[in-house]
Each structure stands twice: as C-alpha cells, then as structure tokens.
Design a protein around this ligand. Structure first.
Ligand SMILES: [Zn+2]
Length: 494
C-alpha cells in the first residue's frame, strides 16, 4: 500500500505523489504570537508534527516550513481595526516586538513540552516584508488588485470571472457573497469579498513599513503566499492548517498565488478539525477554552487534576486529525491509564530475550497482522488512532509472555524482532512520545519530598547537622531548598 492523503480541495483521499520524487515540501500556517497558544492550535501543530515525522519515517527528505505571524493580523480577521500585536503592546505599554518575543518563546516552550520537532524553516512575517510587497506589486501588474488611498485590495470578482475563488471549500461566489454585509458608501473596496494585500498605516500605528504605496503593513493572507513560494517554490506538495483557516485565509492564499504565478500553490490541502469540551465547541468566550499550562497544572474549573503533556498528546493521537476531538476529565483519565499500560508493555517488550519455541500459528498471524497494520493505518491518511488501537491489541500478547502465560517462542523470531523495532519506531520516532522522561521528573519530585521530610524531622529533633547536610549537599548538586515564611519548604533547580 502507498500513502493516501485526504485533500480538502478535491474532497477525497488521493494517492500521494510528490512533485519531485523523494522530496516533500510542506507548509503549515503557524501561530499568531500575540497571546498564549491555545489547545486547538496545539492539536494542529502536533498533528502536522506527526505527519512530518511519518514522512521522514518513509525516508522522504522533507522541508517543513511553519511561519510565525508577527505582523498584519488584524483583530477582526477583516481589514479593519488595529493589529493584534499593537493592541496588546498598547495595553501593556511595551513594544509590539516584545509581545512577539514573549509569545514566540512561549509557543516554542509548549511545542517542546509536547516533544514536537522544530520545522526546517520558521520564517516570520516581519522578516519578509519586501517579498510581500513584491508579490503585491506583481498581482497589481497582473490586473487582480487595485489601490485605494494607499491600501491595496485584491479584486475577487475579477479573479472569479477567470478562476473559481471558492474552489477550496467548494462554494460559488454568489453563496459567499450572501454571507457578507453590504458595503456602506464609505467603504474603499469595490467588492464585498475583496481583501487587503497591503494596508495603509495611520501615523500612530506602531508597526509600519515603507512601500511603493506609502507607509503601511501587509495583510495577513499575503505573508503565507510570499513565504511558502520563497522557501518551497510556486508549487509544493502539502499545505496544512486548522479547519477554520480554509474558508478565508487559505482561499485567499490560492487566489493570490494564482493571480501572481498563474499556479495553485499546493497539490494537497490538509485541515485539522476542531476541539470540543464535553461536547461543546471550545472557545475563549464560552470560558471552556484550555491553555496548555492549565492542563499541565490542572488549574481550570473543568479539570479534576493535572495531565502531563504526553498524556494530552497521547489523548489527541487517539482521534484521527480530521475528526472533532472532545476533551473531558473522563477521557483524559482514560488516556492517562492507557498510555501507562501501553508504555509499561513497551518497556517490558524491549527487555525481552527471544528463545525459540513452538510457534502458535494463530498468535503468530494475529501479531504479524497487527504490526503490518501500523504502516497501513498511517498510509490511510495518517490514522494514528488505528495504530494505537492495534497496539492495544498487542499489549495482552506482550503481557502474557512477560507473565509466563505464553512462551516467547509462540511468535516467530522475525515477527518478534519486527514487533520490537516497529513499536520503538512508532512510539518514539513517529509519535514522539517520551513518558519515561516524565516519570524521571516524577521520581525526582518524590525523592525531594522524602528528603524534605527527613530534614524537617531532623530539625524538630534539633539535629541541625543532618538538616544542614541535606540542604548543603543538595545545593552542591544545584538544587536549592528554601524555607518559606509560612513554614513550608520549596525547592528548585537553580
Ligand atoms: Zn497562513
């Protein structure tokens, strides 16, 4: 079997054939770094990390570009209002680039906690202003954009007369127009669906650059066209993002690239689905939106306890990326238990020594089929959920061997070796799960609790030699123990 990927553009699974054999170019719309990354975005980036890892597992040379939006993203996703960075910067009386720096680092920290790989290139919108200006100029020269008072608009109706604007979400222009408000007489746009490629800046606007049309800043959509074409060429293999980006942002990207290069940017468009909480759509306004650190600390009204990054990631992988994913305490707890059970079996499996025995044909065939199912499931539009389901069928086989209920030789040597290597490749390389490290951190926390207890008892017995010894020796290895005013004891790795 070969890799098949669901293409939003054609609404079906397609056999994946890279434009250049052996190489894959993949672009994913990255975060807008004006606030903490929310969990819905994390799901998108984790999903594409797994896709990136699986393509590498298939021995493709992958160039994975994921941008950082640090300019041009206006509040209302329409062409009005202040940009999100300037608004935050004004509110906090700091520079917009301080906002960008803070949330870029925060985003990378979270991505690291989820053990995702950094993309090959992580370009920023502010680092590619001249490319965005050049592309806007070409679109004007080609006749698909017009200037109005220093702002450049894309002419959607003109474009749609030649190419279907709503092609990505399979909607006609008339239907799209129905969903938008009438232009009031003040509007600079010619058509209701026209969108800005470049926006004239008011003098007080905090982020602005010179352009052939005066001081301004780029529209949100043009950055992805400019950066994807710069690093991946005018046509590349895969373009991804959250499902909420398809109707406007990605639709506009296609129109911009067609208007500039007479080519559609990506062969295959991939979209990850939404998160829900207890069956309701996750959103900030409903107060049921989780930030990653709220899950990791359990500090949220809807959570009973904290869940580790690996549990959250494992929970996400148990659902296909194109399905909605429902968060609830019960579901997270089940995932936590499931991951523990799976990982224990995996660690036991890696320690086992094979000895020949009488092969049990039924178990042998079942095991081999389940292992081959890993690649088959991933080849079927990256079905991580199916791979994990197969693994959970393998767990009782491993446990039976470990508990001495079944001789290891019931499985052939080849199948056993394959089981060891495939479980390792999938859990560690393709899924990037590392619960072992977490348990090391938990072990440290437990040991520290014990040491702090012993020290407390020593102090109560006025055995200061022991209590000082514990504190000083911990200090020597870089762990600082601090007696707080309220009598509690804290520690950190200093
Ligand atoms: Zn984008």
């Amino acid at each position: 079997m070969a890799l098949e990927i669901y293409n939003t553009l054609t609404r079906k699974k397609e056999l994946f054939t890279p434009l250049e054999p052996g190489y894959v170019g993949m672009y994913v719309c990255g975060p807008t770094v004006y606030s903490d990354v929310h969990l819905g975005n994390c799901r998108t980036f984790i999903s594409f990390d797994i896709i990136y890892r699986y393509l590498k597992y298939l021995n493709y040379k992958v160039r994975y570009v994921r941008n950082i939006t640090d300019a041009g993203h206006l509040e209302g996703d329409r062409d009005e209002g202040d940009d999100k960075f300037s608004k935050m910067a004004r509110a906090q009386k700091i520079e917009p680039m301080e906002i960008v720096q803070r949330y870029t680092l925060g985003f990378r920290d979270v991505m690291q906690l989820f053990n995702t790989l950094p993309p090959s290139i992580e370009p920023t919108a502010t680092g590619h202003i001249s490319e965005q200006i050049a592309m806007t100029q070409t679109i004007i020269d080609n006749g698909y954009a017009y200037e109005k008072n220093g702002t450049i608009y894309f002419d959607v109706e003109k474009y749609n007369a030649e190419k279907p604007y709503g092609i990505l979400t399979n909607r006609k222009l008339e239907d799209l127009l129905e969903g938008t408000r009438d232009l009031d007489g003040q509007d600079e746009k010619k058509g209701r669906l026209d969108f800005a490629l470049w926006i004239k800046a008011k003098p007080e606007h905090l982020m602005q650059w010179p352009s052939p049309w005066g001081m301004g800043f780029p529209g949100w959509h043009i950055e992805c066209s400019a950066m994807s074409s710069k690093y991946l060429g005018k046509q590349f293999d895969l373009h991804g993002g959250g499902m909420d980006l398809a109707a406007t942002h990605h639709t506009n990207e296609i129109a911009q690239n067609e208007a500039c290069f007479h080519k559609s940017p990506a062969q295959i468009w991939m979209h990850t689905n939404m998160l829900t909480v207890n069956g309701t759509r996750m959103s900030k306004s409903l107060g049921n939106g989780f930030l990653p650190h709220e899950l990791f600390t359990g500090a949220h009204a809807l959570l009973d306890k904290a869940y580790s990054p690996m549990t959250v990631k494992f929970f996400m992988l148990q659902t296909h990326y194109r399905s909605t994913l429902d968060f609830s305490n019960d579901a997270l707890q089940a995932s936590e238990k499931g991951l523990k059970r799976l990982w224990e079996a995996y660690e036991n499996l890696q320690k086992m020594q094979y000895t020949l025995g009488e092969i049990n044909v039924e178990i042998e065939e079942k095991t081999a089929t389940l292992i081959h199912g890993f690649d088959e499931s991933m080849d079927d539009d990256f079905n991580t959920a199916k791979v994990l389901a197969n693994m959970f069928e393998i767990v009782p086989i491993i446990n039976s061997i470990k508990d001495g209920l079944m001789p290891i030789g019931s499985i052939s040597q080849n199948t056993f070796a394959l089981l060891q290597t495939k479980m390792k490749s999938y859990l560690e390389d393709v899924f990037g799960l590392i619960p072992a490290q977490e348990s090391n951190n938990n072990n440290l926390a437990n040991v520290m609790e014990l040491l702090i207890d012993i020290r407390k008892e020593a102090k109560l017995k006025k055995d200061f030699a022991t209590s000082d010894k514990i504190r000083n020796q911990l200090s020597n290895i870089g762990i600082v123990v601090k007696d707080e005013k309220d009598g509690s004891v804290s520690w950190n790795i200093g």
